[in-house]
Design a protein around this ligand. Structure first.
Ligand code: NDP
Ligand code: 2IT
Length: 448
């Protein structure tokens, strides 16, 4: 709970004004609780009302998306873009297509993105967008028509120096291709206004792998620092089986670990000696295919139909890479009882508020998503740099840049948490570090 009176009053006002936005309130509270410990040191932050300003997005765009399905029926979805903060550069963040999308989820993701992007040391502001459109079970033509309709409204709010969308849940290279193609056509502007594009038209190598690989580089550096060890011979659980999960698992295996369990929203698979990732990749090429199909190819695996049961197995490294609030108090307790070394978030806010509290209480290393999953946006930043220079870098060059940025980011966070005698508290370090970066930029740019 918050102690500082100024923070308390800001959070109270936020809760009153956004009472149904539970995810947004959760993300805000997690940040404010870290800031609570340092706020008295910086009276000018209160004087300039930095907190209240940070808690309000700069701009929210909500729009109708009408499109025709394959049966020639007219369908309607809701589209969003939350341009949260542009203090450090153009708005930057992914687009999510998933039926659960609502304003609260968009705001929490844009809020997290703002602080994440500040941690990367790239000059990028924070935004997020998407729609409650469900790509599962849709034909390619339906996805294309939806994407084009979505962009026929969003195009007026984005651009290579204004706001640069990328992928997220339900949005991969295919969807980005349809959106970018249409954007180009209606704007007559052939620049890199999106990231996560295909390699043949300005996309960057390593973007597909970036979030998962970056997560493993971060975890590797944390383990090296605190336990003088790495992934070798560790048992790892990775939830989800989408873009982030698959490449987190790939890098963990490459670094010598065994990935013993993975999941999707229908269930999970477990295999004691380690999952065969090639089978998962093959299954998940088709977004609608279920992870249960793994059993058809490998009879040594077992299946459970409650995704959150994935956390009951003994592992050294837990990497939630699916969605928000997927790892709850009970799951955290199981991980703690099984002596987990680290919980590292590939997804955005996958650990519930109570589960985070519990991990902290038990002194378990916890790598928050705003730091640990920043690899995706880092390579997006590198894609933008390549587009501007019209020169494509090699896989090795980008991967090694990603590796060094992730490791350096960890050390900067670690130095911050050490300064306050909270050496193992990486959530605190990441929050305080990114908060200062944003707050200082806000002070310097005047009251806006
Ligand atoms: P994808 O759409 O590629 O994959 C999402 C995966 O999570 C799917 O396998 C999905 O299963 C699964 N899933 C959804 N809900 C649950 C659940 N309750 N339990 C278990 N599995 C579930 O998305 P991404 O991999 O791109 O994104 C995953 C997370 O990573 C999100 O939180 C996203 O915000 C974050 N992230 C993504 C980045 C990126 O560049 N893509 C960058 C940084 C963070 P199903 O197929 O059944 O829906
Ligand atoms: O949550 C995230 O960081 C992303 N979905 C990627 C954002 C980006 O602009 O690459």
């Amino acid at each position: 709970m918050l102690k500082n009176e100024y923070l308390k009053s800001c959070y109270r006002a936020l809760s009153q004004r956004n009472e149904h936005e539970t995810e947004f309130l959760q993300a805000a509270l997690e940040l404010l609780e870290s800031v609570d410990i340092i706020i008295d040191e910086y009276p000018h932050y209160e004087k300039m009302n930095i907190i209240e300003r940070i808690l309000e997005p700069e701009r929210i765009i909500q729009f109708r998306v009408s499109w025709m399905n394959d049966k020639n029926e007219v369908c309607v979805n809701r589209g969003y873009r939350v341009q949260y903060n542009s203090l450090k550069g153009p708005y930057k963040g992914g687009l999510r297509f998933h039926p659960s999308v609502n304003l609260s989820i968009m705001k929490f993701l844009a809020f997290e993105q703002t602080f994440k992007n500040a941690l990367t040391s790239l000059s990028l502001g924070g935004s997020k967008g998407g729609s409650d459109f469900d790509p599962k079970g849709k034909s390619d033509f339906e996805i294309m028509r939806f994407s084009q309709s979505f962009i026929s409204e969003l195009y007026r709010h984005i651009g290579p120096d204004v706001d640069i969308p990328a992928g997220d849940i339900g949005v991969g290279q295919k969807e980005i291709g349809y959106m970018y193609g249409y954007y180009k056509k209606i704007c007559n502007e052939i620049t890199g206004a999106f990231t996560g594009k295909g390699k043949r038209y300005g996309g960057s190598l390593v973007r597909k792998e970036a979030t998962g690989y970056g997560l493993c580089y971060f975890v590797d550096e944390v383990l090296k620092t605190f336990h003088d060890t790495g992934f070798k011979d560790k048992k790892v659980i990775v939830s989800g089986s989408g873009n982030v999960a698959i490449y987190a698992a790939e890098k963990a295996i490459e670094l010598g670990a065994q990935v013993i369990a993975m999941s999707d929203s229908s269930g999970y698979i477990y295999k004691r000696g380690g999952i065969d990732l090639d089978i998962i990749k093959k299954i998940k090429e088709n977004k609608s295919e279920r992870i249960k199909a793994y059993l058809d190819e490998d009879d040594k695996a077992t299946y459970g139909n409650t995704p959150s049961d994935i956390w009951k197995y003994k592992c050294d490294i837990a990497m939630p890479c699916a969605t928000q609030n997927e790892l709850d108090y009970k799951s955290a307790l199981k991980l703690i009882n099984n002596n987990v070394m680290i919980v590292a978030e590939g997804a955005n806010m996958p650990t519930t508020y109570k589960a985070v509290e519990l991990l902290k209480k038990h002194n378990v290393l916890y790598a928050p998503g705003k730091a640990a999953n920043a690899g995706g946006v880092i390579v997006s930043g590198l894609e933008m740099a390549q587009n501007t220079s019209r020169y494509a870098w090699s896989f090795k060059r980008i991967d090694s840049k990603l590796d060094s940025i992730m490791r350096e980011m960890f050390h900067e966070i670690h130095r911050t948490s050490k300064r306050y005698d909270r050496e193992k508290d990486l959530l605190f370090g990441a929050n305080v570090l990114s908060f200062h970066k944003i707050a200082k930029a806000m002070m310097e740019q005047g009251v806006l």
